[in-house]
Structures are given as structure tokens and as C-alpha cells.
Design a protein around this ligand. Structure first.
Ligand code: C6P
Length: 407
């Protein structure tokens, strides 16, 4: 295995200073930093191969198409999808959920049907289902949280019924860090005949994910949280479902034939990719999954587990600090916390003065904060390139918060 120093050298931004101190980047759940391999792949595309995809017979267009479709194949392998035709490129996880909601949901749901989500969802897996259930007359239900910040799975027997058409849930919470028993939840959904959509925005970048082993019907994730560029996201779907679903957006590339009287759709995956896609970004995402696969996702998960174990131990000794969510055995690399009555934005601002970047706010997960009766929290989130020294810097900076704002 390469040393952490060598790995960190792959990420130019990690050499930066912020406010006179070396950057400590602990906002990886919002977006990860990008290695040189990703920057070079995008740069090479623009310098050497820039052309539109699927449209030209000239050399550049063929090269661009080969790079773009090559990335699809690599991403399929990364999550062990049976076929690259099941990999639909979107802008992000949010767009992927909306694709399923507007295409599958609008075509399928009717009054009396139910969609089940959970109280630990990111807004991306709440609002589309609110919109679609309102439009179709279906009912939206949710699995509540327990005192540990994990799901009330004891209620699943009553919440999952033959009325449930879809169970959409997050594999790892972006606030609580909770890792849900994804394969088990998928099986529970299937046992009542419901489909299972897994929000992998926080799991695919940090844990080994195998869609065949999970047996999920849909998986969504964002490229920018897994060392890839912004504007790159993925919907994985079961092939028969994707085949049966109507298009989400119409336009160029998603059609086979357009007549004034009507149109016929392209085959998978292009049926769902209307218009010129984010070519450079998808090529960058292909380089990102190569980078992560080279590191090994088992190693990534293990490294982040050690970091978060050290972080929770150190943070729990900070006076007045309360960590949201479950214990270390069920936690991925996210630690959201409150510090007495100090506003999370003040915490983040004081930390930033020392070069420590964390996120403050509701993290697009207000229902979780409602559960705790708080408007916001501070959140440190880790990636494999973080170090134990950076955890020391975080704790030192939090001591400063005490000194500045008192308790
Ligand atoms: N969470 C965070 O700071 P997009 O914005 O589409 O790339 O990802 C949406 C999304 C969906 N599900 C989960 C579990 C997520 O964490 C996110 C994004 C970021 O926590 C930005 S709000």
C-alpha cells in the first residue's frame, strides 16, 4: 500500500494554506477533493479529444465517444452492475432520484399506493417523493429514528405492506453517519413486492458496493463525492425496470426516430440521456473510479473507520460536545455534533480561521435535526486522505471555540 503522504500528494489542493495554516479538509461528505488522475483525464479530453459524443463519424467524435462509454463500463464494474446498459449518467444523485420519481413514479403510482422513506433521508430522497405522491395521490410514509439515531426497524413490519410500491432509503446517512443494513432492507422491501431504491451518495464513495449482492432495484450516487467532478452522477437500475420506464427528459440522443406525429426511444442507457451530456465530467468520473479501485474500497473503508474511531474518541472528550448518531460499529466517516449552545456557524467560522474546513447547518436533512429538536449541527466528514494529525488540529481548534465563545 502507498503511504498516506504519497496519496495526499495526488491531491494538489491538500497542499494549500487557509488563513495562514495548512488546510484541514473535513467536508468530504459535501464534496471530495480530486486527484491529479481525474484532473488530467478531463484536461486531456479538452486538449486532445474534445468533440460531441454519439454524433460524429470524425476521429475526434469517435475518440470522445470511446472515452465516455469507456467510463460507463468502468463505473459498471466498480459497482458490479451486470451490464453497462444499466448505468445512466445524470448530473448528480438528486437528478437520479428525480429520474426514478418522475419516470417510474408518475407511470406507476396511484391512490392507495404507498412510498416508504426514512427520517434520515437527505432532502434529495424526500422532496421528489413528496412531489410525486402529491401528484399521483399515493401516500408517503417514513420510518422514524430511535434514540441512538438509527432506524426503527422494529416498525418495518407495520410500515411495509402490500400497499408499499417502493422503499427508498439511504445506505449511509450524511448527518448521523449511520450505515444501514442495506441488503436486509432491500430483502424486506422485496418480501412485500415493493421495489428498493438505495441512496448511495455517501456509501459508494466510502464502502465497497456491489449491486448484485445488494439486489437493489435502483442505486443513485454522485461523482463529486467520490473524487470525481461535479456534474457527474449515476443511476443504476434493474434492466427490466429501466426498459419499461418512459423517458424522463426528451431531446437529442434519447430518440431512435422523431417524426412530427411522434417519436420512438433509443435503447438503454441513452433513452435516459437527453442532450449533450457532461462528457469531460463523466470521463473524469471514470478516472476517479479507477483511482478508488486502485486504492481498493476495502482499504478505503478500513482507513476511514480508523479515522472516525479516533475522531469520535477525541471529540467525545471535548467539554459540552454531543455527537449525533450511533456508535462506531454502525458509523461511516461522518461525525455531526453540537457544542453546548454555540451556533454551528460560529463553530465553523472559528475553525476556518485555523484552516479547518467543516460544514455547519442542517446538511439538507432537516427531518433529522427536527428529531433532535435542533436547527443545525456542525459536521466533520472524513476521506481516506485525512490524517490523525488533522483530527488533533480539529480538536485544538474546538478548544479555541471554547476559549473565544466560552461555555
Ligand atoms: N449531501 C452533504 O453535504 P447531490 O447534491 O445530488 O450531489 O447529492 C445529494 C445527496 C443525496 N443523498 C445523500 C445521502 C447526500 O449526502 C447528498 C448530498 C451533501 O451532505 C450536500 S447537501
Amino acid at each position: 500500500m502507498r503511504s498516506i503522504e504519497a496519496i495526499r500528494a495526488d491531491f494538489p489542493i491538500l497542499q494549500r494554506e487557509i488563513n495562514g495554516a495548512p488546510l484541514v479538509y473535513l467536508d468530504n461528505a459535501a464534496t471530495s477533493q480530486k486527484p491529479l488522475a481525474v484532473l488530467r483525464a478531463m484536461d486531456d479530453y479538452y486538449r486532445l479529444h474534445n468533440a460531441n459524443v454519439h454524433r460524429g463519424v470524425h476521429t475526434l467524435s469517435e475518440e470522445a465517444t470511446a472515452l465516455y462509454e469507456g467510463a460507463r463500463g468502468r463505473i459498471a464494474r466498480f459497482i458490479n452492475a451486470p451490464s453497462s446498459k444499466q448505468i445512466i449518467f445524470t448530473r448528480n444523485a438528486t437528478e437520479a432520484v428525480n429520474l426514478v420519481a418522475y419516470s417510474w413514479g408518475m407511470a406507476t403510482l396511484k391512490p392507495g399506493d404507498e412510498v416508504l422513506i426514512t427520517q434520515m433521508e437527505h432532502h434529495a430522497n424526500v422532496v421528489p417523493w413528496q412531489l410525486i405522491t402529491q401528484r399521483t395521490g399515493a401516500t408517503l410514509r417514513y420510518v422514524p429514528l430511535d434514540a441512538q439515531g438509527t432506524l426503527r426497524l422494529d416498525l418495518l413490519d407495520t410500515l411495509l405492506t402490500e400497499r408499499t410500491k417502493l422503499f427508498a432509503f439511504v445506505a449511509m446517512s450524511n448527518v448521523l453517519g449511520a450505515i444501514n443494513p442495506t441488503a436486509e432492507l432491500v430483502a424486506r422491501a422485496h418480501s412485500v413486492g415493493a421495489l428498493a431504491l438505495v441512496d448511495g451518495a455517501q456509501s459508494v464513495p466510502h464502502l465497497p458496493v456491489d449491486v448484485q449482492q445488494l439486489n437493489c432495484d435502483f442505486l443513485v450516487f454522485s461523482g463529486h463525492k467520490m473524487c470525481g467532478p461535479t456534474g457527474s452522477g449515476v443511476l443504476y437500475g434493474r434492466r427490466d425496470l429501466l426498459e419499461a420506464m418512459p423517458p424522463f427528459m426528451g431531446g437529442g440522443d434519447m430518440i431512435r426516430e422523431v417524426r412530427l406525429e411522434g417519436s420512438r426511444w433509443n435503447t438503454l442507457p441513452w433513452k435516459f440521456e437527453a442532450g449533450t451530456p457532461a462528457i469531460a465530467e463523466i470521463i473524469g468520473l471514470g478516472a476517479a473510479v479507477d483511482y478508488l479501485a486502485d486504492l481498493g474500497m476495502d482499504w478505503v473503508a478500513q482507513r476511514e473507520h480508523e479515522l472516525v474511531r479516533a475522531a469520535t474518541e477525541r471529540l467525545s472528550r471535548v467539554e459540552g460536545l454531543r455527537i449525533l448518531g450511533p456508535g462506531i460499529e454502525q458509523r461511516g466517516g461522518v461525525v455531526a455534533f453540537t457544542l453546548g449552545e454555540i451556533h454551528p456557524h460560529d463553530i465553523a467560522a472559528i475553525l476556518d480561521a485555523d484552516g479547518v474546513a467543516i460544514r455547519a447547518g442542517h446538511h439538507c436533512a432537516q427531518p433529522i435535526h427536527d428529531f433532535y429538536g435542533i436547527p443545525a449541527s456542525a459536521r466533520a466528514s472524513f476521506a481516506f486522505y485525512n490524517t490523525f494529525e488533522e483530527i488533533d488540529r480539529l480538536v485544538l481548534a474546538l478548544d479555541k471555540v471554547h476559549a473565544v465563545l466560552g461555555m
